[in-house]
Write a new protein. Structure first.
Ligand code: NAD
Length: 486
């Protein structure tokens, strides 16, 4: 059992209980209560924001040279690497995810800090060419206090993706984890706090404020001292945040939901496509914004591909995230499992055929956990709700397509535009389709691969703005041009 952080939040550089009601952190593998956390309140947010604004303006931080800020980021990476095993185990207990995945997420968090530190060291403000009797200098300044609001599906990786560029940009951060998965963010907060303390920097630069979105998240977004929001979560929440950000005229980056098409052309390497489609939807038990949840197969290979796919899905091992043999771990919460089950019932009522799965697994080993069998459904029109709405679970809907125009029309007939996978041996067709699909990321003969240097973001209802890439530091800064007369 990993060490569970004490019931204390990080508010304005101080570890103490939140002023709000306690809520339970539950292990979804068996329903056991890990701990209770006293939630933050709007008053806690106000205290954290005021202290953060002071800390951001403190000359010890404001005037710190970029290479010294980079050193802080490297130190946070060191600490994440030191505690990687414990952070992974904690995240597995809190989210249900398989250990192999939570280890990779901890490694990715450390990598994000290292990459951002390296980018920061090589970023410079520039003298810009003069077009008159003056010299111009374009400088970048911190925003001040920024809010980072995250969902429950990959907490430590999402925390790092917002915290690293925000600190690199010279800001203070108010981090709000999701209600179901606060523990790893609190553990991460201990490491950032330690790095700030060791560097003799103001500890109020970083607060971790768990609690409800409508109370804590809303208070962060609306707080007058918060000058930017980095949000990852559902599309409906993203719209609400965008409205409040518009009222305050502050930038908000929105990484939202998806219903991503994964495409198997008639000339695909079927072995490679089978493995890729399985991984695309069933890794993370489908709880991934980029899950390849709509499968399009050319009609000439449809029956053959689906038959082979279903055979493999039936063999996937469903079990606790702590078991190294597990391929499909529990869902994050029993309530979420019920939502996924309701979607499969909806598919049945819409006329869909459930080819495998479609229920919680039986047996004593799964009895208390939030498990759901990997499920494949076909026979639905692309307009069915199950084909259009994000289920965020291990549920794949399959549809045949006739030709490339039909494929592109069906794949793009979605409010979302996050990701897409294409399985083909034809490089020209891959390129053509990649350019015609409305998605922020397209993978060809691979899926769910990420590089920290490659920007990631969604089109349409999947979001606004991007994360990752060295330019992200600039998104956490304001640009100012200074003209100097000669
Ligand atoms: P959610 O929108 O319910 O919650 C996300 C966060 O927002 C939580 O911390 C929540 O407490 C907070 N929140 C809720 N209401 C708020 C409000 N009114 N004001 C401020 N904050 C508020 O999403 P979720 O269920 O936690 O996560 C799943 C969603 O996240 C899925 O739609 C998934 O696709 C999306 N997601 C997107 C990406 C991406 O990069 N595009 C990555 C991961 C997850």
């Amino acid at each position: 059992m990993p060490r569970i952080p004490a019931d204390e939040l990080l508010v304005a550089g101080v570890w103490r209980r939140g002023r709000g009601a306690p809520f339970r952190a539950v292990d979804p593998a068996d329903g056991s209560v890990l701990t209770e956390v006293h939630a933050a309140t709007a008053e806690d947010v106000d205290e954290a924001a005021r202290a953060a604004a002071e800390a951001a303006a403190d000359p010890a931080w404001r005037d710190l040279l970029p290479h010294r800020r980079a050193r802080l980021l490297h130190r946070i990476a060191d600490l994440v690497e030191r505690d990687a095993e414990e952070l992974a185990a904690l995240q597995t207990a809190d989210t249900g995810k398989a250990l192999a995945e939570t280890r990779a997420l901890a490694a990715s968090a450390a990598g994000t800090f290292r990459y951002t530190a390296a980018a920061l060291e090589t970023m410079e403000d520039a003298l810009t060419p003069s077009r008159g009797p003056y010299v111009t200098l374009s400088v970048h300044e911190p925003i001040g206090v920024v809010g980072a609001i995250n969902p429950w599906n990959s907490p430590i990786a999402s925390d790092a993706q917002k915290t690293a560029p925000a600190l690199a940009g010279g800001n203070a951060v108010l981090l709000k984890p999701a209600e179901w998965t606060s523990l790893v963010s609190l553990a991460f907060g201990r490491l950032v706090h330690q790095a700030l303390t060791e560097a003799e920097l103001p500890t109020a630069l970083f607060s971790v404020l768990p609690g409800s979105g409508r109370v804590v998240g809303d208070a962060i977004v609306k707080h007058p001292l918060v000058g930017r929001i980095g949000f990852t979560g559902g599309t409906a929440t993203g719209r609400t945040i965008a409205r409040h950000a518009a009222d305050k005229l502050i930038p908000a980056s929105l990484e939202l939901g998806g219903k991503s098409p994964t495409i198997v052309r008639e000339d695909a390497d079927l072995e490679q496509a089978l493995a890729g489609v399985l991984f695309g939807i069933f890794s993370s038990s489908g709880q991934s914004c980029i899950a390849g949840s709509r499968l399009f197969v050319h009609r000439s290979r449809y029956e053959e591909f689906l038959g082979a796919l279903v055979e493999r899905v039936r063999k996937l091992r469903v079990g606790p995230g702590t078991d190294p043999d597990t391929q499909v771990a529990p869902l994050v919460h029993h309530k979420h499992r019920d939502t996924v089950a309701a979607y499969v019932d909806l598919a049945r009522s819409e006329g869909g055929r459930v080819l495998c799965g479609g229920a919680a697994p039986g047996g004593a080993a799964h009895a208390d956990g939030a498990y759901y069998l990997p499920t494949v459904i076909d026979g639905l029109p692309n307009s069915a709700r199950t084909c259009q709405e994000e289920i965020f679970g291990p549920v794949l809907v399959a549809l045949p397509y006739e030709d490339e125009d039909d494929l592109v029309a069906q794949a793009n007939a979605s409010d979302y535009g996050l990701a897409c996978g294409i399985w083909t041996r034809d490089a020209r067709a891959a390129w053509r389709i990649a350019r015609r699909i409305e998605a922020g990321t397209v993978w060809i003969n691979t899926y769910k691969q990420f590089s920290i240097s490659t920007p990631f973001g969604g089109m349409k209802d999947s979001g606004l703005g991007t994360e990752k890439g060295r330019d992200l530091i600039r998104a956490y800064q304001r640009q100012k041009s200074v003209y100097w007369g000669t």
